[in-house]
Design a protein around this ligand. Structure first.
Ligand code: B12
Length: 239
């Protein structure tokens, strides 16, 4: 089996995935510096569930988010095991980390050592929108991401996307309950903190989760729900 078929066979719902291969040379920090390429998986989220969070986070969304994290982890672990068998050195990076797995520097900066969104823009899957979400061509921002780092060039790499393509649209900025974004457009020179305040986002998401679900988790997603990109178009197969 070739590598492409191997990856396709690991996807439980291929129509609900966008995958891309990125050259990330020079962009990774420790402990990932030895890798040059990234295989990125974007898993579409359920439209009915995402549409419902326009009113704020709810338990169905939390369950969906956890289910998709589990599915993505299974996909990357399965592909990683196949790479191991083929002697392809690799490092799977799961969708997210629990607070208990993160160190003090994370809580000071809300930054982890690896950004799935960075790998995704380098793979050509999408750009960074005005509230700092990855907006994919295929599914808009309604995705969760996972990545496998490799040293070898297994596929043709995607064309880098280096600036925001949201145009004049500011709906996510306007509807953000935390007012976390200032409307400035992203490009690869624009640090996150220049256009989006992660602390405001997290703190408001925690308040909303507590209010709507009686659980203090960083769950909101209104920015993803209101984005016109990726909303279901008549006749599309996925939902
Ligand atoms: C920490 C974290 C948070 C923090 C901070 C968010 C933030 N935007 O930084 C808090 C708790 C606030 C948060 C909230 C949410 N999060 Co969060 N979070 C993460 C996590 C674990 C790390 C992100 C991180 O390190 N950020 C640091 C900055 C520097 O990196 P970045 O924002 O990821 O990307 C920047 C750079 O990479 C740069 N960049 C992009 N391309 C390139 C290319 C080059 C060459 C360069 C130099 C730079 C560059 O631009 C980006 C924006 O500035 C990731 C998982 C992961 N490991 O990636 C999920 C992740 C970013 N979160 C995600 C989601 C869905 C959410 C929420 C919607 C929560 C929810 N489920 O309700 C909200 C929405 C927040 C928002 N509007 O961004 C998704 C994003 C999906 C998407 N479509 O973008 C991720 C990728 C999880 C996943 N596996 O899918 N999150």
């Amino acid at each position: 089996m070739d590598i492409q078929s191997l990856i396709a066979s690991a996807l439980p719902f291929p129509d609900l995935y966008a995958t891309g291969f990125a050259d990330v040379e020079g962009l990774l920090s420790e402990p990932y510096r030895e890798y040059q390429y990234a295989l990125v998986f974007a898993r579409k989220l359920d439209d009915v569930i995402i549409d419902a969070i326009k009113q704020g986070p709810n338990r169905t969304y939390l369950d969906h988010y956890r289910t998709i994290n589990a599915e993505l982890s299974q996909v990357i672990n399965s592909v990683s095991a196949s790479f191991d068998r083929a002697n392809i050195k690799n490092q799977p990076i799961k969708p997210t980390w629990q607070d208990s797995e993160l160190d003090a520097s994370y809580f000071e900066n809300l930054r982890t050592p690896f950004s799935h969104k960075m790998a995704a823009t380098r793979a050509g899957l999408g750009w960074i929108g005005k509230t700092a979400l990855l907006v994919t061509e295929k599914f808009g921002p309604r995705v969760r991401l996972a990545t496998i780092l490799v040293q070898e060039k297994l596929f043709e790499t995607g064309v880098f996307i280096e600036s925001c393509k949201c145009g004049d649209c500011t709906i996510c900025v306007t509807k953000c309950p935390a007012q976390a974004a200032n409307g400035r457009e992203w490009n690869i020179q624009t640090d996150r903190d220049l256009f989006y305040d992660a602390f405001k986002c997290r703190d408001t998401a925690r308040e909303l989760s507590l209010k709507h679900m009686n659980e203090k988790v960083s769950l909101c997603g209104i920015c993803a729900a209101v984005c016109p990109k990726g909303k279901k178009a008549p006749g599309t197969k996925w939902r």
